[in-house]
Design a binder for this molecule. Sequence first.
Ligand code: PGA
Length: 250
Amino acid sequence: MNKKIIIANWKMNPLSAKEAIKIAKGTDLKGVILCAPTIYLKVIKKVIKKAKLGSQNVSVENPLSGVGAFTGEVSAKMLYDIGSRYTIVGHSERRAMGETNQIINKKIKVLIDTAITPVLCIGEIERDENHEYLNIVKHQIEECLFGLNKNLLSKIIIAYEPVWAIGKNALREATPAEFLEMKIFTKKVLVNIFGDKVEMPAMLYGGSVDEKNTRWFAIDGGADGFLVGRASLDPKKFKEIVKICETLNK
Ligand code: PGA
């Protein structure tokens, strides 16, 4: 059985580098990827021994040198240089700020060019009775992966995060069955684009993941891992999630 991938999405937290170091030390576990705010990556890199480092964004610009006149941007090469090997793209919170499927597509290509693993988030804002949400997810997959060489598909990670199940204002929790449906659907869409011999990317679940629902999403939902928001800032909860995944790895 493949090992579960557990990605911490700290979002715009915490407030100080001191706190960031504390959380990083408390969640420095094998099989874990810590996606912290870019400004903390350097200090975190110094204190972690087992976890890997990831970022939450990257510049769409890809000058060969990794430097250029793009005020406020951080290039993939800069992230790589600092030790970051994963980047979340297409998170619903960034999509709400204007990140389109086309921008995400460019970012994925920039990251792959730089040997950084893109963690592509997909997911609908709401579930409608007519199943239009399936079309929305289908378009996200098609447009975000447009023009990608099929041999590169296994180099990305996909995280299904239904927007209605994310954060403290979530409408409700998703069910493992809903995740499984989406995993099967995603596979179908990928086969349609890339052909049936394609190597499937790992598919994670994200949205109110905690120590209570992890096991069920892995067992009944077939999740290859998790993208964890709030619970990733709480070392006690996060460790519990990792522990549950470890028992499932065996
Ligand atoms: P949550 O966030 O676990 O706090 O719901 C998940 C995410 O947005 O990645």
